[in-house]
Design a protein around this ligand. Structure first.
Ligand SMILES: Nc1ncnc2c1ncn2[C@@H]1O[C@H](COP(=O)(O)OP(=O)(O)OP(=O)(O)O)[C@@H](O)[C@H]1O
Ligand SMILES: [Mg+2]
Length: 608
């Protein structure tokens, strides 16, 4: 219930929608009932029943009650029969019928339009909120949660909610209106018979809600399964090259087939229950109508009651009409369960607080004047300690290099500086201010990051370089590309700077992708630079281009560079050797060479 109200909250701005909707539905209901009840006099004429009993000879005084309208109707009806005969009266009723059918459908259409607007609003608000929230979450969240699952939450789960919100709104407003309207009409025809029907409805309601009860849990499981499926799909599509290279097709197909199988089974389980709802309610409906047929039929035959045959027929028709909204309520109940299950999955995202936050009233970062300093920093991703007691500083304008065996923790150190993660012990200081006291935005504005894997988007070259600064001038972008040694290859692309580069830059070579990422950092022109050199082997020509690009980028900046090719960092002001999360050696290239140890070993391996 809480989830459901919260979902409706996203329908805002609702304002006038509810009263408008209620008004339209009210009118729709009235004309719906007129449709059926206007048939009573027709039957009375055709069956030659005693119409005098209902005759109204004078126009009644105006009052706001249904009796007034009924009397007015019978007044004109009676006078037409008297003046022009029964056929003319049939015409009259047909006009009334056509008009009321037209009006009831018109109002239904208008109300449906209103609901469509609410639906569109809800989903737009919800999707944007979830997307915005996802982008605000800490990086760790995305390694802890599967991407496919997140994707299916924002796509299919929101879709599911979309359907459920609409059916709930109908249930809340429209169907009860119809039911109440029909009941009033039924009561007018025969209060006694209506009371019997009142006893029957809750019984069927109870049975149906029992069936729907456990649907929610199953719906949740199907959505989870769908999430895993999207995940496999995502990995497969982005890893197609590797899958083919390792002949892993049958493995990945097996994984997918398992998940599809599970999904199918869940869905079938849901189908078993949800498909029961409709036949059972239909069966119950006919059963109840038979009961009423018996009771009402006896009443008509006994001739003691005021109910005549024409009214009884219409009574039965109206009663069977009540079953429609009742059915709609039960199937909506189904939908709501699914929608709520999806809603909970979406709210799980919205309720995740980003772990990396601005503290209250953070400072803005000042231009670096002194140094970035790591003081006794330890870090663990989950349980396992990855960094232990790291102390070093990057003085302004200097280049500090991190080297060491793979998995030692170099990239992790680099990710702590823009606060992608927070250390569990110790501090990182920017000119003796703890970076946790600085606003994330201004902190990150100081930095350019070229990471181990170039992160590019399916957009134009221009947009990828100007990323985050969409109003950049083309000259500036070109200039950045020149500095990054990228201009040459870009102008040879089919549309130059306006060439789309494919998913994750798939239409470019590895070296080209790297130079684009470097151009992006050049354009941002940050005082602090963090370079995580890519390990992917480039041929010596493009390596030279990338290398040059990096040198150009590093000029006049404070730089932390992680190097796998040691030749690139021989001029660094300090080289720090990291192994298993600890600093095991430090000094300049010549100092380290003289002192032997790990650095020497690494150099030897690379020069063989
Ligand atoms: N998101 C993560 N969740 C959990 N553990 C992680 C995560 N990222 C890295 N690790 C672990 O942290 C350790 C250090 O990883 P890191 O990426 O910092 O190494 P590295 O020195 O950059 O290695 P390489 O030279 O191969 O790039 C590794 O043991 C790795 O398994
Ligand atoms: Mg790394």
């Amino acid at each position: 219930m809480k989830t459901y109200l919260r979902l409706l909250g996203f329908a805002r701005p609702l304002g006038w929608v509810f009263p408008q909707y209620a008004g339209l539905i009210f009118l729709h209901t009235i004309f719906r009932i007129v449709n059926f009840t206007a048939l009573i006099p027709v039957l009375q004429i055709l069956f030659n029943l005693n119409t005098e009993r209902k005759a109204v000879t004078t126009l009644p005084p105006f009052s706001v009650s249904d009796q007034y309208f009924i009397d007015v109707f019978y007044y004109y009806f009676g006078s037409i029969i008297q003046a022009e005969g029964k056929v003319a009266a049939l015409y009259f009723i047909c006009y009334v019928l056509v008009a009321s059918v037209f009006l009831s459908n018109l109002f239904q259409y208008l109300s449906a339009l209103l609901l469509a607007r609410v639906r569109v609003n809800t989903v737009t608000n919800l999707r944007n909120r979830v997307f915005g929230h996802i982008t605000s979450l800490h990086l760790g969240y995305f390694t802890e949660n599967r991407k496919g699952d997140l994707m299916s939450r924002i796509t299919t789960d929101v879709q599911q909610i979309e359907e459920s919100v609409i059916s709930t709104l109908k249930v809340i407003i429209k169907e009860p209106f119809l039911i109440i309207g029909y009941f009033i009409a039924l009561m007018r025809m025969s209060a006694e018979l209506t009371l019997y029907t009142l006893l029957l409805i809750p019984i069927s309601g109870g049975i149906i809600s029992y069936l729907a009860k456990r649907l929610k849990k199953r719906a949740r499981k199907t959505q989870q399964s769908l999430g895993r499926m999207t995940g496999i799909l995502d990995e497969t599509l982005s890893g197609m090259r590797i899958i083919k290279a390792f002949a892993a097709r049958s493995y990945i197909m097996g994984r997918f087939a398992d998940e599809v199988g599970r999904y199918g089974k869940q869905n079938f389980n849901i189908a078993i229950r949800s498909n029961l709802v409709s036949p059972i309610s239909e069966f119950l409906g006919v059963l109840f109508i038979s009961v009423i047929l018996l009771i009402g039929g006896k009443m008509v035959l006994s001739e003691t009651s005021t109910l005549d045959a024409a009214q009884f027929i219409i009574f039965l028709i109206l009663f069977s009409q009540i079953l429609n909204p009742a059915k709609a309520i039960s199937s909506a109940f189904n939908n709501i369960q699914r929608g709520i299950a999806s809603g909970e999955r979406v709210f799980e995202i919205l309720d995740t607080r980003p772990r990396i936050n601005d503290k209250e009233s953070p400072r803005d970062a000042d231009i670096l004047t002194n140094a970035i300093e790591f003081r006794g920093v330890s870090f663990a991703y989950e349980k396992k300690t990855v960094l232990k007691d790291i102390d070093f500083s990057i003085p302004k304008g200097k280049v500090i290099a991190l080297v060491g065996p793979s998995g030692g923790g170099k990239s992790t150190i680099a990710e702590l500086i823009p606060r992608f993660y927070d250390p569990i012990e110790g501090q990182i200081l920017l000119d003796s201010t703890d970076i946790r006291d600085i606003s994330l935005k201004s902190l990150r504005q100081q930095m350019g990051i070229v990471s181990q894997e170039s992160v590019l988007f399916n957009d134009t070259v221009f947009q990828n370089i100007a990323f985050g600064k969409p109003d950049s001038k083309i000259e500036d972008v070109e200039n950045a590309a020149r500095i990054a040694n990228a201009h040459e290859f870009i102008v040879q692309l089919p549309d130059g700077y306006h060439t789309f580069i494919g998913d994750r830059g798939g239409k470019l070579s590895g070296g080209q992708r790297q130079r684009l990422s470097i151009a992006r950092a050049v354009l941002k022109n940050p005082p602090i630079l963090i370079l995580d050199e890519a390990t992917s082997a480039l041929d010596s020509e493009s390596e030279k281009l990338v290398q040059e690009a990096l040198y150009n980028l590093m000029k006049n900046r404070t730089t932390l560079v992680i190097a796998h090719r040691l030749s690139t960092i021989q001029n660094a002001d300090e080289i720090i050797v990291i192994k298993s999360g600890k600093i095991i050696q430090r000094g300049t290239h010549t100092q380290l060479l003289e002192s032997g140890g790990m650095y020497n070993k690494l150099i030897k391996i690379q020069t063989v």
